[in-house]
Design a protein around this ligand. Structure first.
Ligand SMILES: Cc1cc2nc3c(=O)[nH]c(=O)nc-3n(C[C@H](O)[C@H](O)[C@H](O)COP(=O)(O)O)c2cc1C
Length: 438
């Protein structure tokens, strides 16, 4: 497949607006401006584009939820937080083709009748925030953004907003809270952001890769986009592959290639002398998959049918050198650190899971530990928390416990019971004259 999202990778001076314009850039926006906003949304609906941020929600459908007759402002937010472990695709788009993203943002904003768009980017991504600011300035200078977008009567301002670096702020409602200057605590849904979003106004939140797909849908048509992949799972997809493969990196492939093609063909297979043990198909929040699932298609529906999820498209590959209990502990440390603390099952559960996994690794595991881990994970998932961070920690950890029980048994069988903790004798713990009846 000829690259669509990464077509600028390797092109000299690819970030400059002139390079983008010379390659036919902003033609999609020009075309969109000649259409009704509803017709633009219809084109995206027909393309069957689904969100690339994790949940795979149909993009066009999300846009239709914005109330057309809302009297006040509406907003578009581009989610460039990209904090999911094993995910580094959005930065690849910004690195080589920031104007592709800006064009997607402009088309989406026009479709929902927003005059202000924000790009919310993780604070540590200083380089990419600067690239975006430069590109926005170029677009303003050429009147592609601003009071009269490409000479039309449509106004659009785009702002880069830097977060402070928290995984939870990638979740759309925490992102909105953070953008409003508050602590990044998720909101209860409904109401959904499309109805009550940033500053209480209708807001669409879309991922960088999702928005970068939009210009080509306008220029080449919905039918072309839908012809890539299979129904409900369409278009080009960025797979970012990390871990024990020979050639890790970001690969643009038609949606629905198999994990075997990704791992063996494109990434050159597992590093020398080792075999595949497991892989996370869509970032660290996705339930782990095993070598017998390598022929599963890397698309939304196939991953769900296989008991996992395509998530962010971050394929993390683990070879036979990996201790899966260590892998689970590694995840638990991340999620315990990143849980925002608002919901007890996530805040306490991730901490307890971390403590239990650490105890097993320290050689003090107990036979009941795997069952306790599963119970903790069950209470943190299945809608028990305001946002899906509870699921994000619980599902991968419980999948490891279920799929690799013998690794837990091995650690626990070799364990030595921990001596009972000696509690310190506190100076005020003794009998108090005159108070305790003495
Ligand atoms: C804990 C958590 C972290 C998330 N992090 C991101 C992120 O970094 N980038 C992103 O685009 N979506 C992230 N999401 C998903 C967003 O909430 C939202 O679904 C997405 O931005 C919508 O865009 P899309 O429809 O284009 O996929 C996260 C969700 C959760 C629960």
């Amino acid at each position: 497949m000829e690259p669509v999202l990464l077509r600028a990778r390797g092109v000299p001076n690819s970030r400059h607006i002139d390079t983008y314009l010379a390659a036919g850039g902003y033609e999609g926006l020009k075309k969109a401006l000649t259409m009704d906003p509803e017709a633009v949304t219809k084109e995206v609906l027909d393309s069957e584009l689904r969100g690339r941020g994790g949940a795979g929600f149909p993009t066009g459908r999300k846009w239709t939820f914005v109330p057309k007759e809302h009297p006040g402002p509406k907003y578009l937010i581009c989610n460039a937080d990209e904090s999911e472990p094993g995910t580094f695709k959005d930065r690849e788009i910004i690195e080589y083709d920031p104007h592709l993203l800006i064009e997607g943002i402009a088309i989406a904003s026009y479709a929902i009748r927003a005059n202000t768009a924000y790009i919310y980017i993780r604070g540590e991504f200083v380089r990419w925030a600067r690239i975006l600011e430069t590109a926005i300035a170029e677009a303003r200078q050429r009147d592609i953004l601003g009071a009269s977008v490409m000479g039309s009567n449509y106004r659009l301002d785009v702002w880069v907003h830097r977060g402070a670096g928290a995984y939870i702020c990638g979740e759309e409602t925490s992102l909105i809270e953070s953008l409003e200057g508050k602590r990044g605590f998720p909101r209860l849904k409904p109401p959904f952001p499309a109805v009550v979003g940033v500053f209480g106004k209708p807001t669409v939140v879309n991922n960088v890769e999702t928005l970068a797909c939009v210009p080509s849908i306008l220029t080449r048509g919905a039918a072309w986009f839908a012809s890539i992949g299979r129904p409900r799972n369409t278009g080009p997809k960025l797979y970012c592959v990390s871990g024990h493969v020979r050639r890790p990196g970001v690969y643009e492939l038609p949606m629905g290639v198999t994990f075997r093609e990704i791992i063996e063909e494109h990434c050159g297979g597992i590093r020398d002398g080792h075999t595949l043990k497991a892989f996370f198909p869509g970032g660290s929040s996705a339930p782990v998959m095993t070598p017998d699932q390598i022929d599963v298609k890397a698309d939304f529906d196939a991953c769900a049918e296989a008991g996992s999820m395509l998530g962010s498209g971050g394929v993390i590959v683990l070879d036979d050198s990996v201790d899966m209990v260590e892998a689970a502990a590694n995840l638990a440390h991340f999620y315990a650190h990143e849980s925002c603390g608002q919901c007890t099952p996530c805040r306490e559960g991730s901490d307890w899971a971390m403590d239990i996994l650490d105890r097993i690794l320290e050689g003090h595991g107990r036979p009941e530990d795997p069952a306790t881990l599963l119970r903790i994970c069950q209470y943190a998932s299945q809608g028990m928390t305001i946002c899906p961070l509870g699921d994000a920690f619980a599902l991968p950890i419980s999948s490891i416990v279920k799929k690799f029980p013998y690794e837990f048994e091995r650690h626990i069988a070799a364990a030595t019971p921990r001596p009972p903790k000696k509690l310190p004798v506190l100076p005020w713990a003794g009998p108090r004259p005159g108070f305790d009846g003495q």
